[in-house]
Design a protein around this ligand. Structure first.
Ligand SMILES: Cc1cc2nc3c(=O)[nH]c(=O)nc-3n(C[C@H](O)[C@H](O)[C@H](O)COP(=O)(O)OP(=O)(O)OC[C@H]3O[C@@H](n4cnc5c(N)ncnc54)[C@H](O)[C@@H]3O)c2cc1C
Length: 414
């Protein structure tokens, strides 16, 4: 008879794969239940297919990126953090590189290499993966975990790890099942909403700006007319509004404010390197050079061509006006538009376009030293299903790996 501890992991994402390897290396008979026909689908598309798996920031800095729930991660990070994760992948033969902002990627620039390494690691440890196996119910006996129901069949277990991810990009398999499973066994769920998500804008200028990518711009976010946030970097216009790194990192604040019924707007400084005087001098110089040309040509020297009609619409200057005929009032209008292009935010995109989910299983009901539920004995949590969310930069994957590592160890131990 097999008297090994039986550990079941629901979900084969980064958290579940790491948890399974840890449980198996502690001698447990370990099974991953994966609802899709493959594991790690989301992992495969992270970092635009390159997988920004962690960040070299130090512990205190790292924790700040998770906001108020960062403290919950202190225990798991102190056991298995970024250097341990990098050593772990190096030991599996994956070379890594660190890029701007401390972001760590596989040297091959292929997220698939991270997934492949994890899969062969757990295969060697004897983890069994059951595909097309959606967990639909958790069975509890006397406050202890007892079994899980999959495709109508009960599978008994000694420990169970919920690593079902959040609700974003549901086509990858993470569609919020974990919240239902957890709530059904008595856990409270902090309301979920899309995070790191593109924003929708009222005025779309007939889509002329769609796909326009702007680097090195300064973005200010206003709530009810008051400046609340400011970020510098890259934004991308979309069919519905705006996206790109700066917008994604501002989105958490924007979504929260919109949900509270507040008015959200952003202002783009398209010439952050030039103050008002320098910008005026630059425009005057261009006017002197292009006196006989149209104002459109003048603006083409200052802006990507897609933005020219938008600037003309705002300033009300006819496109054919000769540069030498621009009044000083019109010059001022151009200048103020370049420094303060205002866009009113009308909403945010759905879960299907959100990088992560904000909210999830209440951290107050999980022991941060083990990841065990404080409500059901033998039940553990790992990854995005927990109410944890951070900026872009590799922080979210590190949290999935660290909580997975700890949950798997705790679940696998006798
Ligand atoms: C486009 C995109 C790019 C991203 N890029 C980065 C990045 O570069 N760096 C970074 O740090 N983070 C990134 N993230 C976030 C990161 O991918 C997630 O935080 C991380 O994948 C969470 O890991 P997880 O294991 O908790 O959940 P997931 O990766 O979501 O895995 C959950 C798994 O559970 C399975 N599952 C769900 N319900 C059930 C059920 N009932 N039964 C059985 N199986 C189930 C799912 O099919 C899935 O395989 C990105 C996210 C997206 C969408």
């Amino acid at each position: 008879m097999n008297d090994k501890k039986k550990v079941i992991i629901i979900g084969g994402g980064p958290a579940g794969l790491m948890a399974s390897g840890q449980a198996a290396s502690h001698g447990a008979n370990t099974i991953i239940l994966e609802k899709m026909n493959r594991v790690g689908i989301k992992l495969g598309i992270t970092g635009k297919g390159r997988c920004n798996l962690t960040n070299i920031a130090d512990l205190s800095d790292f924790i700040i990126h998770f906001g108020k729930n960062g403290r919950f991660l202190r225990q798991s990070f102190s056991r298995f953090f970024n250097t341990e994760l990098m050593d772990f992948f190096n030991s599996l033969g994956v070379d890594l590189i660190t890029e701007r902002g401390g972001r760590v990627f596989p040297k091959s620039a292929k997220a698939k290499d991270i997934l492949r390494a994890l899969k062969s690691w757990i295969q060697e440890l004897g983890v069994e993966i059951r595909y097309n196996s959606p967990a639909s119910k958790i069975v509890i006996n006397d406050g202890n975990i007892s079994a899980v129901i999959v495709n109508g069949k009960e599978i008994s277990c000694d420990s169970l790890v919920i690593a079902t991810g959040g609700a974003s990009y549901p086509a990858t398999g993470s569609n919020g099942d974990g919240y239902i499973l957890s709530e059904a066994v008595g856990h409270s769920i902090i309301p979920v909403r899309p995070a790191l998500v593109p924003l929708e804008i009222f005025e779309l200028y007939n889509g002329v700006l769609d796909k326009l990518n702007l680097r090195n711009i300064n973005v200010k976010m206003y709530i009810n007319g008051k400046k609340k946030r400011e970020e510098f970097g890259e934004i991308v216009f979309t069919k519905y509004g705006v996206s790109g790194p700066v917008i994604l990192s501002l989105s958490e604040y924007a979504v929260r404010s919109l949900m509270e019924g507040q008015k959200v707007s952003i202002s783009l400084d398209l010439k952050p390197a030039l103050d008002d005087n320098k910008l005026d001098a630059r425009i005057l110089r261009d006017i002197a050079l292009k006196g006989k040309e149209s104002v459109s040509n003048l603006l083409k020297g200052l802006l990507p061509p897609q933005m020219v009609p938008v600037c003309l619409e705002y300033t009300g200057i006819p496109a054919t006006r000769r540069v030498c005929d621009i009044s000083s009032k019109e010059r001022k209008l151009i200048r103020s538009w370049l420094k303060d292009f205002k866009l009113e935010v009308s909403g945010y995109r759905p879960f299907s376009e959100a990088i992560i989910t904000s909210g999830g299983v209440n951290t107050l009901e999980i022991d941060p030293r083990t990841m065990e539920s404080l409500i059901v004995k033998g039940l553990y949590f790992a990854g995005e299903v927990i109410d944890l969310q951070a900026d872009t930069g590799g922080f979210n994957l590190q949290a999935a790996f660290s909580t997975g590592w700890l949950a798997g160890q705790s679940a696998g131990k006798e």
